[in-house]
Write a protein that binds this ligand. Structure first.
Ligand code: FE2
Length: 317
């Protein structure tokens, strides 16, 4: 029997499909997706509406439900801006896509689904996240840990349509086990992996996070064509930059990302990421956000008095 050829890395079929789609889109053989960005300063989150110019079908990615933590009050100002955009542009919502269960904002996906329709989707590994946080929050048997709060769970390489646009889900774990990047035409919605080149990368210290995995996920994204448009999940400005930014390219990240540019080894990245994460406070809204987002953005059931409650586990995170 022949010895295995260790140099022959297994082909990354899903990445190949994505790279071909990006190249075909940029060559004009496929429709170019139209991307609108909505930046929420209180949570530094970028939400997106991406639409097919041919059919006017759209996907809404990583929407924000406004939450006043001091008062425990929810509102829909940010989500209503997206509703107005969709209506004004004559779009029809086909998908509500989450890149992961966010720890810094509550998702407005169920509210938007109610207003605009569309199917709610996330990565299949949300089941792992539900199990981890189901234990942390001591959720009862009524909290399903099978992803059934979502209409669709994507695996790596799954493809789907937004009108005549084709989209591919890439599993990019590390920040959380469930992170997906959505490749739509020539645009990639990266979730929490890369941030702007001058700011670096997402943290990897939440329960289930893994800096080595994050490095490999980022390297995978960096193997896409140089001119691929990247749309990031967050921006926090950067030293010397006084405006928010959330769009860049593979080339800019590969050559210039301060944490993980070409030439930075996995060991060096993991050391840097681990040391940096140890200095970071937990996001202000992690406890309410995760409790709601592991439910697909749905709120916990009301108690006997009709009021819904969120829990605060003490000395756990
Ligand atoms: Fe996140």
């Amino acid at each position: 029997m022949d010895a295995p050829d260790l140099k022959a890395a297994p082909a990354d079929e899903a990445l190949g499909v994505a790279a071909t789609m990006i190249a075909d889109t940029q060559a004009g053989a496929l429709p170019l997706p139209v991307v609108a960005s909505f930046f929420d300063e209180p949570t530094s989150t970028a939400s997106y509406v991406v639409h097919d110019p041919v059919t006017r079908k759209c996907a809404i990615i990583d929407s924000v439900l406004d939450y006043d933590a001091a008062a425990g009050r929810l509102s829909h100002t940010s989500a209503d801006v997206i509703v107005a955009y969709v209506e004004q542009h004559g779009l029809s919502a086909e998908w509500l896509l989450e890149t992961h269960a966010h720890a810094d904002h509550l998702s407005a996906a169920p509210y938007l689904q109610d207003r605009l329709g569309g199917k709610l989707a996330i990565g299949r590994e949300i089941i792992t996240v539900q199990k981890v946080f189901g234990t942390i929050f001591n959720e009862g048997a009524d909290f399903a840990r099978d992803g059934s709060q979502f209409d669709q769970l994507f695996d790596d390489g799954d493809t789907f349509q937004i009108g005549s646009l084709t989209a591919t889900a890439l599993h990019v774990p590390g920040h959380t086990p469930a992170d997906l990047a959505y490749v739509i035409g020539d645009a990639v919605f990266t979730g929490d992996t890369l941030f702007m080149p001058d700011y670096g990368t997402a943290r990897a210290d939440f329960p289930g996070g893994d800096a080595s995995q994050l490095y490999r996920s980022i390297r995978r994204l960096m193997a896409l064509p140089d001119t691929t448009r990247l749309f990031l999940c967050h921006d926090y400005k950067a030293p010397g930059r006084d405006t928010f930014a959330w769009e860049t390219t593979v080339d800019a990240e590969r050559t210039g990302n301060v944490h993980v540019h070409e030439g930075v080894s996995e060991d060096a990245f993991v050391k840097m990421r681990t040391e940096r994460d140890a200095t970071l406070d937990m996001p202000k809204l992690i406890l309410p956000s995760v409790q709601v987002n592991i439910r697909g953005g749905y709120l916990p059931e009301p108690e006997s008095n009709g009021t819904r409650y969120l829990k605060v586990p003490l000395d756990v995170l």
